[in-house]
Write a protein that binds this ligand. Structure first.
Ligand code: AMP
Length: 363
């Protein structure tokens, strides 16, 4: 055991809340550095369980299981941002939890998140708070149509959001998101979607990966390409935005900032869409495409170890294998230069991320 706040020794143990593919890839990166991992997840079929020294299958509210977990690890992190705030607080009373649980409280709620970003004078799509159907008409009046109604909590991969076009009934949209507290956002006619994956160490040093361009299909990331085809000034602005957000949170670990690039006359505007307080799908290319992966950077940061300076190995393309596409893995195994990653998930379901393939072309 190391003392709270001190850097982990090379025999340290990292506790990971959440057992999906992100936890699995974090644990694999930690193992390469000689560190042990203990994954805590409520899902008995967690893909991360297969690759760690210890696994706890427990509910996020099971205090006795959480207490044993805390006793076994030196630092706690998460691969999943919807960890209940009380769980993070319970653990934080026993072990350092990084990034700080206060970050979760902001990023779990789209309204608080947007207010936080706007408070840093960083641009977002115009938005309004929607507490009930009566708030929609004035909000649509102010923002215009189309607008996007998004639930404040538990939205991902386009879930909990609905477009309101000309002629659409706002009340139907309210019902479609389940009548939950929401925000209405202006629809952004973006030219591209990009993201920046940034790591911030305990010493405050920040290292950004190169800007990634993201192509979605049915609201789910399908292909990520690096470098993004944006002017150097836009790339620099996107990285500055990610650095400011990480600094403002006093963040420790890896975060991803998803952004829209919008044409504005002869130039471009960069609007922040969303912050993910964790390693992110648009950073998977870093495993094969950079000298250090987002997973290793996260491990280094929370362990109190120095961050690496990432060097990209060429042009990189990362293709997600979604649902039944995972069955294409046999063909991909034969493609020269393709790196195949399968997450070991049992059940194929539409929209489920089952694996990914990375291709690197030297520049
Ligand atoms: P989100 O869950 O907010 O990340 O949204 C998922 C995807 O929906 C984004 O990656 C965009 O492709 C699209 N989207 C979300 N919000 C907007 C918006 N305000 N304008 C245009 N497209 C959006």
């Amino acid at each position: 055991m190391t003392l709270s706040g001190a850097a982990l020794g090379s025999d340290g143990t990292i506790g990971i809340l959440g057992g999906g593919q992100l936890g699995r890839m974090l644990a694999l990166a930690a193992a390469r550095l000689g560190l042990k991992c203990h994954v805590y997840s409520p899902d008995p079929q967690s893909p991360a369980f297969d690759v760690v020294r210890r696994a706890t299958h427990g509910d996020y509210r099971d205090e006795s299981a959480l207490d044993s977990f805390a006793g076994d690890v030196d630092v706690v992190t998460y691969e999943f941002e919807n960890v209940p705030a009380e769980t993070a607080r319970f653990l934080a009373a026993r072990r350092p939890v990084l990034p700080d649980p206060a970050v979760l409280a902001t990023t779990q709620d789209r309204l608080l998140e947007k207010n936080f970003i706007a408070g840093l004078q960083i641009a977002t799509a115009p938005y309004r708070r929607i507490d009930g159907p009566a708030d929609l008409a004035p909000a649509l009046e102010a923002i215009g149509r189309p607008g996007v109604l998004k639930t404040r909590r538990f939205g991902y991969d386009g879930k909990g959001q609905v477009l309101i076009r000309n002629g659409d009934d706002p009340e139907a949209a309210w019902n479609a998101v389940g009548g939950a507290a929401s925000i209405l956002e202006a629809f952004v006619p973006f030219e591209r979607e990009i993201s920046v994956v940034a790591a911030r160490g305990r010493d405050g040093r920040i290292a950004c990966f190169d800007v990634t361009e993201n192509e979605h299909r049915d609201h789910i990331l399908k292909v990520a390409r690096v470098p993004a085809e944006v002017p150097p000034a836009v790339a620099a602005e996107a990285q500055r935005i990610a650095e400011r957000i990480a600094g403002a949170f006093d963040y420790v670990g890896v975060l991803a900032v998803e952004m829209f690039v919008v044409r504005n006359g002869t130039g471009h505007d960069v609007l922040v869409n969303e912050i993910a307080p964790r390693v992110h799908n648009s950073g998977h290319w870093t495993i094969d495409g950079a000298s250090v992966s987002q997973f290793e950077q996260h491990v280094r940061a929370i362990a109190g170890w120095p961050l690496a300076t990432p060097v990209r190995r060429g042009r990189v393309e990362m293709i997600n294998l979604i649902g039944a596409e995972v069955e294409e893995y046999r063909q991909w195994l034969e493609v020269p230069g393709a790196a195949v990653h399968l997450y070991g998930k049992g059940g194929i379901r539409p929209g489920r991320k089952m694996g990914h393939v990375t291709r690197v072309t030297p520049e």
